[in-house]
Design a protein. Structure first.
Length: 456
């Protein structure tokens, strides 16, 4: 398929973070882009402002008759009338991952995979390259705060940076020049069945790395080795000796400072503005990939030190004396543990309240014990109902099931409205909102409540 020959492209589920980046890319390329999504969000409003027509009712009659291609996400239910109309009328369809594969196939692609950490690494790496002499085009899995977008566009650059999503084996559509793996913890067991099959899928991703390319992997991640012999393998670590690692690591006023050891030089005076040791690790991965791509020490240092972060990734919403509010996308036990532990390390004397919205019935079932252990690190827990996304309820799987195994005493399950009332009634010291569903819609309301209380 020739992307440049497309005239009208319709997106089913255009408000998804990966879908919207592709929609923006085609729109910027002069393609007429339209789409459907279930609910309006800040992101869909931004797309509409940019000139992309979006509707929120399931109406097949709004799909243009001259549509060349329909792009869809696996999250779209097959009983959606628009989906059925497209399939019954033989309109060409393509998954989001397939379109990304088509766009990147003839480029020098840097693909960032991992069960967690990939969005921050992708965005940080993109920022380093984009600000440097080579530039890049990037498809991000979050909104970069430096650019307020999930798409960076430099058509003249040879580099494309893309987040490589393991869900539905989407990342196997990519054939990168450089592949990164940040983590490979058990996840998406509704797709893979067991952890080994997930690891095998990551191995298949590494097998897609091009001849004479690079594989950069976090030290300690173990997957079957299926890379080509000509692929150069490197590892990185924040705490151990590795090809790329932190030297002279210091914590000064809540910010980590370090030097980066590479196979050829030491890049000095890196100061990522993102709190938490796990963000130092993300910085090492991004800097290492940039170094392997030819970025200079100055470009790496400038990129790392000016990076503002990603919305919903350890995102400081309010930070003032006696009140800290952080919003985070964490939806896996290991992500929750990393986020909560980082806050506890930075503020050991303060009380942390967490509002968590579990994401998917299957993930809640498969990792119930891990969720309970991670959430027990908090001082107070407010659980929302499970966000189902694409799934139907599973008998016996609920937030109440998680609540029973959380070991702290101050814990409860409540609705979103009740959660807002609780925060309004009991002003927290530190508040975390955690989850990958629609909990982000609470964030502006919580900000209003907390800011209002501050001015009383």
């Amino acid at each position: 398929m020739k992307i440049e020959k497309l005239k009208v492209v319709y997106f089913l589920g255009i408000g998804g973070i990966g879908m919207s980046a592709l929609a923006r890319y085609l729109h910027k390329a002069g393609v007429k882009v339209l789409g459907y999504d279930k609910t309006p969000t800040q992101l869909t409003s931004t797309l509409e402002y940019e000139g992309i027509a979006i509707h929120y009712d399931d109406r097949p009659d709004l799909i243009p008759a001259d549509t060349d291609l329909v792009v869809y996400t696996p999250a779209v239910p097959i009983d959606l009338a628009e989906y059925q109309f497209v399939t019954e009328n033989g309109i060409r369809m393509m998954k989001r991952s397939e379109l990304l594969g088509e766009i990147t196939k003839d480029k020098t692609t840097l693909a960032v995979a991992g069960t967690h950490g990939k969005t921050t690494v992708t965005t940080m790496l993109s920022h380093i390259l984009y600000q440097g002499s080579e530039g890049c085009t990037s498809f991000l899995g979050g909104i970069a705060k430096n650019y307020d977008s999930n798409l960076l566009l430099r058509p003249e650059s040879k580099f494309i940076v893309a987040e490589a999503d393991e869900f539905d084996r989407s990342f196997l559509r990519l054939f990168p020049w450089l592949g990164i793996i940040t983590s490979a913890d058990a996840d998406h067991l509704d797709i893979y069945g067991d952890h080994q099959q997930l690891l095998d899928s990551f191995a298949a991703f590494t097998a897609n790395i091009q001849e004479n390319g690079f594989l950069l992997m976090k030290l300690g991640v173990e997957i079957p080795n299926k890379t080509r012999q000509s692929v150069s393998r490197y590892n990185y670590s924040v705490s151990e000796s590795a090809d790329f690692s932190a030297l002279n690591l210091k914590l000064i006023d809540g910010i980590y400072h370090f030097d980066l050891k590479t196979p050829g030089e030491t890049v000095q005076n890196l100061k990522p503005g993102l709190p938490g040791l796990f963000n130092v690790e993300n910085s090492i991965a991004a800097a290492a990939a940039a170094w392997l791509s030819g970025s200079t020490s100055d470009e790496i240092r400038n990129g790392i030190n000016t990076f503002k972060g990603v919305k919903r990734r350890f995102d400081h919403r309010i930070n003032q004396p006696g009140l800290l509010f952080i919003d985070d996308y964490a939806h896996h036990p290991e992500e929750l543990k990393a986020c909560i532990s980082s806050v506890k390390a930075l503020y050991p004397e303060r009380l942390i309240t967490g509002i968590f919205q579990p994401h998917l019935y299957t993930r809640t079932r498969d990792f119930a014990d891990g969720f309970a252990q991670s959430l027990s690190l908090l001082d107070k827990v407010i659980l929302l109902d499970i966000y189902p996304a694409r799934e139907l309820p599973i008998e016996g799987v609920s937030s109440d099931m998680l609540l029973k195994n959380i070991t702290i005493s101050e814990k409860q399950v409540c609705s979103k409205e009740q959660a807002l009332q609780l925060i309004d009634k009991n002003r927290p010291d530190i508040l975390l909102t955690l989850g990958a569903g629609d909990i982000d819609q609470l964030v502006p309301e919580l900000e209003n409540i907390l800011n209002r209380k501050e001015t009383r």
